[in-house]
Design a protein around this ligand. Sequence first.
Ligand code: FEO
Length: 392
Amino acid sequence: MDKRKMRDGVYWLGAIDWKRRLFDSLIPLPDGTSYNAYLVEGTEKVALLDTVDPSMAATLLAQLAGISKIDYLISHHAEQDHSGCLGPVLEKYPEAKVVSTPRAKDMLIDLLHLPEDAFLTVVDGERLPLGGKTLHFVYTPWVHWPETMVTYLEEDRILFSCDFFGSHIATSDLYVGDEGRVAEAAKRYFAEIMAPFRPQIEKNLDKLAAYDIGIIAPSHGQVYDRPSFIVDLYREWVSGPPKNLVAIPYVSMHGSTEKMVEHLAAALVDSGVRVELFDLPVTDTGKLAMALLDAGTLVVGVCTVLGGPHPLAAYAAFLANALRPKARFLSIVGSYSWGGRAVETLTGMIPNLKVEILEPVLCKGLPREADLQALDELAATIAQKHREQELD
Ligand code: FEO
């Protein structure tokens, strides 16, 4: 696919990765992804904004075949899915300067071994005139690494946001058409890489509110020609309250823990609380991350194995701790055969969660009537807590 014109002198370049199904060896990508780069041609200078994943270098280099010179390589973010082709592009255009934040420069030298003299660092708010096109750099740290910045193209009111506002979708449509589909993909993306940095992202949203933005052009997924659509979603995700929802990731070896989880879930629904269950051995981590972004309460269902929590429950606890969900309450339910320290181990793994721990419900073997009654009481407690906090 050749480059695509967005405005006079402004082009989308990049690669659509229809096949990719996993990112960071962690994040499922059910719809693939794209690596978007952009070309801005002024009357005097030419800039390429970001590159593509190294696996798709040939696609980008083919799109650049007719471009005789590039003066600036804008690197918004050092992660290799955007920076990984800076080396090959520099080889093609050895006179080009890599424009980045000072912190990104250090990281790019570490990650890619780029030569130090290839860089031109910029300060927050600096402008770079290209001749009739002006790049205005805005530091936006922690979307989602510490070195990140975005570029506002003043004459065309386009914000090139790199990972900020991105979504993992492979599609031949340049602009967002189906907002529902993009909202789901962008939420999955936010939940998995942005969620831990909500306070910093809120500050960046406030900072960008001062700019008159007509288009947001991220480096993954489609371009937003209605920016308020994604900005409003980000506002909700960073600062909206948790919902009247219980996320229940669980793992069960012989069915006892699953029986408890299903009993708890039914009791919660009967009490007016929504639930989402995640059978960890087959769960889509992206779905779980999205539920963790919304849930008012997290309940981990765990069986014991080898004297401790099943490793998949530990994985869920570790993931939740890393994602710093909005949940205000947490509990643990599950079954053991002869003993184990599942509760102590799991609660020790979530220091980042500012939650009230609700009394766990553990039973030996198959749950008995008293165990099921304890689950009913836990459901009633959660429903009451959610009502008190007015979670919708
Ligand atoms: Fe799309 Fe953080 O890289």
